[in-house]
Design a protein around this ligand. Structure first.
Ligand SMILES: *Cc1c(COP(=O)(O)O)cnc(C)c1O
Length: 360
């Protein structure tokens, strides 16, 4: 049976994906050179669509990597000489921190228990931290940090570089790129595409830092996909290595479709669908929202406690043609995670809720 995927990545494919893939194959996109004008036009188009959607100013480049977790490493290598600072409240924010330690950075950490979120006032950024690493949407626990809080934190520490992991929420967060230096995502979450492409939005201040580090004797910013190399190639809409041309092409098409709907509408729809889900969870005896604080509840990955083993819920929903995610790590048995991405409509969320209701 064909399933609807409410899993938090990989997730349901965007409804127009199939058609765009077909067209791209018909146009032999998989065989074109990444040094051709055709590729440069594709890169430029995707850049324009994302720039318009997320309101990205000219100070920021849009670069392509293999995945979002690759961007963790790129940021740490290119923008941190000694010290980074991490807001950690779940598995993904922790991995960003773990990467910093693995790269022998002096990584500072501010931590919250699983299921709790950060506000502006919770974070004291250490004096010598060069890069502040914030996770907008912690996919493992279903916790968000609201964008006004992120912006306030950056304004308080305006000299420091700020990087925002928006992997499982973009394009939902309305980040203000006149203050945020860098943000990044993968396409297999809310953009509704197969995995294999990371998108790195990054400004000239990060580039300056990387160029400075590159000049220091003994400092290493990496060999693969250094920021100066990505940036230089970006000037002509090219990439240092052979990129995921098909993915870049399809991302541009899906971003164009999303822009036709309009980002404000898309964000409103996301909030409306999240409201449906949370309202249901709160009114049900079978489930409850895992995240207590309403302001910290993710709009794109909804985590519910289940009062029976989550495997039973997952399997019952599957019978009805829908796939929801299990809890993360040690919460695997007691929670479910429901992705609320643009690929699924309010109608489909309604069908899911009806099915969840039936499990008594
Ligand atoms: C999925 C995810 C990542 C990692 O993305 P990959 O594409 O697997 O590299 C990073 N951060 C968050 C918050 C995620 O949800």
């Amino acid at each position: 049976m064909k399933q609807t995927y409410f899993t938090p990545g990989p997730a349901e494919l965007y409804p127009t994906f199939y058609q765009h893939l077909q067209t791209a194959l018909d146009e032999q996109i998989g065989s074109i050179s990444h040094r051709s004008q055709r590729f440069r036009d594709i890169y430029r188009f995707t850049d324009e669509q994302l720039r318009a959607m997320l309101n990205i100013p000219a100070s920021h480049a849009i670069l392509f990597t293999g995945s979002a977790s690759e961007v963790w490493e790129r940021l740490l290598l290119n923008c941190v000489e000694h010290e980074s600072f991490h807001l950690v409240n779940g598995s993904f924010s922790r991995k960003f921190y773990d990467y910093a330690k693995a790269l022998h950075k002096y990584a500072h950490i501010a931590e919250k228990p699983f299921g709790e979120g950060f506000d502006y006032a919770d974070a004291e950024v250490p004096e010598y931290a060069e890069l502040v690493c914030v996770t907008h949407n912690e996919t493992s626990s279903g916790v968000q940090m609201r964008t006004p809080e992120i912006h306030k934190l950056k304004r308080k520490y305006s000299k420091k570089l700020f990087a925002v992991d928006m992997v499982s929420s973009a394009p939902y967060p309305d980040l203000d790129f006149s203050v945020i230096d860098s943000a990044f995502f993968s396409v297999q979450k809310a953009f509704g595409m197969p995995a294999g492409l990371g998108v790195w939005i990054v400004n000239d201040k990060c580039l300056e830092k990387a160029e400075r580090l590159q000049r220091y004797e003994g400092s290493v910013i990496g060999a693969h996909h250094t920021l100066p190399a990505l940036w230089k190639n970006y000037q002509t809409f090219e990439t240092p290595a052979t990129p995921n041309v098909l993915g870049i092409c399809l991302l541009g098409k899906i971003a164009e479709d999303m822009n036709t709907i309009g980002i404000d509408t898309l964000r409103r729809q996301t909030e409306e669908k999240a409201r449906m889900l949370y309202k249901f969870l709160e009114s049900s005896d079978l489930y409850e929202p895992f995240v207590k604080e309403e302001r910290h509840r993710s709009q794109t990955v909804i985590v519910a406690k289940t009062n029976k083993p989550s495997a039973e819920v997952i399997s019952a929903v599957k019978q009805a043609g829908m796939v929801v995610g299990s809890g993360y790590g040690k919460f695997k048995e007691s929670q479910i995670r429901i992705a609320n991405f643009p690929a699924t409509s309010a109608g489909q969320i309604g069908v899911l809720i009806d099915e969840l209701k039936k499990i008594g």
